[in-house]
Design a protein around this ligand. Structure first.
Ligand code: DGJ
Length: 734
């Protein structure tokens, strides 16, 4: 057995050894190992994934009695169960039999990639099973590259990114599901015999309902801060399928990849098809431990500008909706600037020529400014933002059009729809999805964004929305025999558009919004700095949604805004303090008409913004420790972020319901240095008297073994009492 450190030497040896040699490939990070048997001429076999193995254990692995399983099972030969790959070869043969041909190792700037080349025993058909590791991230990225060297096209019917066997026992999965305005809800269940599929078929967005990520708890019911957990995230923006097949063997067979439904891919001769990356992590510190590894990897390698603090912004949507005016924008800019905000984002409603955008029934695609609303154009607003000393951002929805638009009148052939049928319309009764597989559509979008940004170099932020699913299966661009590639071509086109925009505008901040949280996925995040968690800004429901979303995504990527009361989605009345305390646990912003706020409310927001600036590095770059889950029925939720060096931490506590004389648990903190002393300061304080521990010092050991007694209610004047209670505590090491 060769270790990663000996890998290069091993490669040379391996390549020259006879086919009979049992050659193990050890993919490893600081704390994880994935081991494969890549004997040339034999099937690639999976041996191990888990905590890092040392030399001795690597040597003994073969003697552990572990069953030998194929690492990338292909359909047709001795594969009665689910397959990762299913191919119809150019002559109609439906079987594939892959054996190892060789291993190669490539150094990238920050990473090392290992590719194990498999070849069919009969056809010139190849699969590279690929793994990428980084020197400083606990993540193994895996995917496949499928190469057809047959003379004619082959048809790919199933093409998973990866397969992972998980030993049966008391294995549970935690995954996110939901709906529009209720995204990121945690579902947790024991894996049972049969097939469990988590999938998406929206076509454009993929995280309103189920998410493309899963936590697999290996030793019983998932716990936040203990237990062995595998985390898996499919990094893809389109339809996906995560499948657990629990058959009559000792294993749960986990497959992850593009959803093959209605997506057969015709792979031309000499063409390579690369499947999306599946990111795998392994933690012995429970769900929160796996989350920390996802967040760390994301900030370093999978999220645009993961090392740059996000600005505190005001978005105009819930404040004015489509009612954009120059004066209105100016007054909102003035208000956010006066509260200490750093950026203003003008949402939907600013564009349209022949058909001005007054509501959601028209104008998408007509990206010219509506001068009736904005006589001095975007340039005027950018200038105005500059006068207020803040940045300027703008909303666009580039992948869409409306039947009532000049774009559609010019290019009815640019929308997705099947031949010979009238398209089904979406939002506003007129919306349609553009065919991003069509290079002309790609150019149109890139040119539009380029024009907007080059004419207005002051624009520093784009909110990129997408408010419709693919409701019409059909591409007017693709050939008849490639209609089943429509979903995949859409996302290839989307990727190419994003690549081109990023190449020219690397510093731009871009938010992925898609009717709220429809694009919370690691497929888009390399180009996007953040995503809108949900169109639902109700602070109570956000506790649940942001909790789930934090399983996989760091706070720096989770846009979380203070909005009006009664809330516009739930109509719930929640005091400002609570709304602030929830928003401060993500990327803080505001989504409100400041004109309707009292001076006292503005002052509290200004205080919150000033204090958030203080904790921003810890929230946005710190390690998450989820402490008490809102899903566990204790009537509170609590979590914290600790700076990497454990010198600072932020503790959040939100009460979820209010009953007299109830007994809430005392929360033990986590992630601190037991041997350091921490001074406690309450943020966004509204109580008449300070808390007993205000300004006092406690050891990390005490805070983690016992915690502080958080009062159940706020000590405020009688006429200000409500049934809501929340706290944010800032801990600084002495
Ligand atoms: C849906 C988004 O999620 C909202 O935030 C807003 O931008 C609207 N679209 C605008 O139409």
């Amino acid at each position: 057995m060769k270790s990663k450190s000996l890998f290069s030497a091993f490669l040379l040896t391996f390549m020259s050894l006879s086919a009979a040699y049992s050659a193990d490939v050890h993919i490893s990070t600081g704390n994880m190992s994935l081991v494969l048997d890549a004997t040339p001429g034999k099937e690639l076999r999976f041996l191990y994934f888990g905590e890092k193995l040392d030399e001795a254990d690597l040597e003994s692995l073969g003697n552990s009695g572990t069953a030998v399983l194929r690492a990338y099972p292909a359909y047709g030969m001795n594969c009665p169960a689910e397959a990762a790959l299913s191919v119809v070869h150019s002559d109609g043969n439906m079987s594939t039999e892959l054996v190892v041909e060789g291993v190669s190792d490539v150094n990238e700037a920050d990473a090392e990639v290992t590719k194990i080349r498999l070849k069919d025993t009969v056809y010139p058909f190849y699969v590279d099973v690929c793994y990428r590791t980084y020197g400083d991230a606990e993540m193994i990225e895996t995917w496949t590259e499928i190469l057809n060297m047959e003379k004619k096209p082959v048809r790919l019917q199933q093409f998973a990114s990866a397969y992972l066997p998980v030993r049966r026992g008391d294995v549970w999965i935690s995954h996110l599901h939901g709906s529009w305005a209720n995204e990121g809800i945690v579902a947790c269940e024991a894996l049972a015999p049969g097939v469990k599929i988590i999938k998406n078929r929206d076509g454009v967005r993929n995280s309103h309902t189920s998410h493309a990520e899963v936590m697999i708890s290996l030793d019983g019911k998932p716990a936040e801060n203990y237990g062995d957990v595998i985390g898996a995230a499919l990094c893809y923006s389109g339809n996906y399928e995560l499948k657990f097949d629990t058959d009559d063997s000792d294993y749960h067979h986990f497959f992850a990849g593009i959803n093959p439904d209605a997506s057969e891919y015709v792979l031309a001769s000499k063409e390579t098809f690369a499947t999306p990356v599946l990111a795998l992590t392994y933690s012995r510190e429970g769900l929160s431990g796996a989350s920390r590894q996802f967040h760390d990897w994301a900030r370093k390698y999978r999220l645009a500008h993961g090392d740059v603090e996000r600005k505190i912004l005001l978005n105009s949507w819930e404040g004015v909706y489509f009612d954009i005016t120059e004066d209105g924008m100016d007054s909102m800019m003035g208000d956010i600037a006066s509260m200490g905000g750093e950026l203003f984002v003008m949402d939907d409603g600013w564009f349209g020529g022949k058909y001005p955008r007054k509501n959601d029934t028209s104008s998408l695609g007509d990206w010219t400014v509506d001068t009736a609303k904005l006589p001095h154009g975007i340039a005027g607003l950018v200038e105005d933002a500059g006068r207020h000393g803040i940045g300027f951002g703008i909303w666009i929805e580039p992948e869409m059009t409306n039947t009532k638009s000049e774009l559609y009148e010019r290019h009815p052939d640019w929308v997705l729809k099947p031949e010979g049928r009238d398209p089904v319309t979406g939002r506003g009764g007129t919306q349609l999805v553009l065919d991003l597989g069509n290079p002309e559509v790609q150019d149109f979008i890139v040119d539009m964004v380029d024009r907007l940004l080059s004419e207005n170099p002051g624009i520093e932020y784009i909110k990129w929305d997408a408010n419709m699913a693919v409701m019409n299966h059909g591409s007017q661009y693709l050939d008849k025999d490639r209609q089943s590639q429509m979903y995949i071509e859409y996302h290839k086109g989307f990727a190419s558009v994003c690549d081109r925009i990023r190449a020219k505008y690397p510093d731009l901040t871009i938010q992925a919004c898609a009717s709220g949280g429809g694009r919370a996925n690691y497929g888009v995040l390399p180009w996007f700095d953040e995503f809108w968690v949900s169109d639902n800004t109700d602070a109570l429901q956000r506790v649940y949604m942001q909790w789930g979303t934090s399983y996989f995504f760091p706070a720096i990527a989770m846009a979380s805004h203070i909005s009006a009361t009664p809330n516009h989605q739930t109509f719930r009345v929640i005091p400002l303090k609570y709304r602030i305390d929830v928003a401060m646990s993500g990327r803080l912003g505001m989504e409100i008409q400041p004109k309707n706020m009292t001076q006292e409310e503005k002052d509290l927001c200004a205080k919150a913004i000033a204090e958030y600036k203080m904790i921003r590095p810890t929230v946005q770059f710190g390690d998450i420790y989820r402490l008490v889950s809102p899903y566990d029925g204790f009537n509170i939720a609590s979590m914290m972020y600790c700076s990497q060096d454990k010198s600072e931490a932020v503790f959040y506590w939100w009460k979820l319901e209010h009953f007299c004389n109830e007994h809430l648990p005392r929360v033990k903190m986590a992630g601190l240095d037991p041997d350091r002393m921490y001074r406690v300061t309450e943020l966004v304080r509204i109580d008449n008297k300070p808390l007993p521990f205000e300004g006092k010092v406690f050891s990390g050991r005490y805070l983690m073994s016992t915690g502080l007694e958080i009062p159940y209610t706020h000590n405020v004047d009688h006429n200000r009492r409500t049934d809501w209670s929340s706290r944010v505590l800032y801990l600084t090491a002495e």
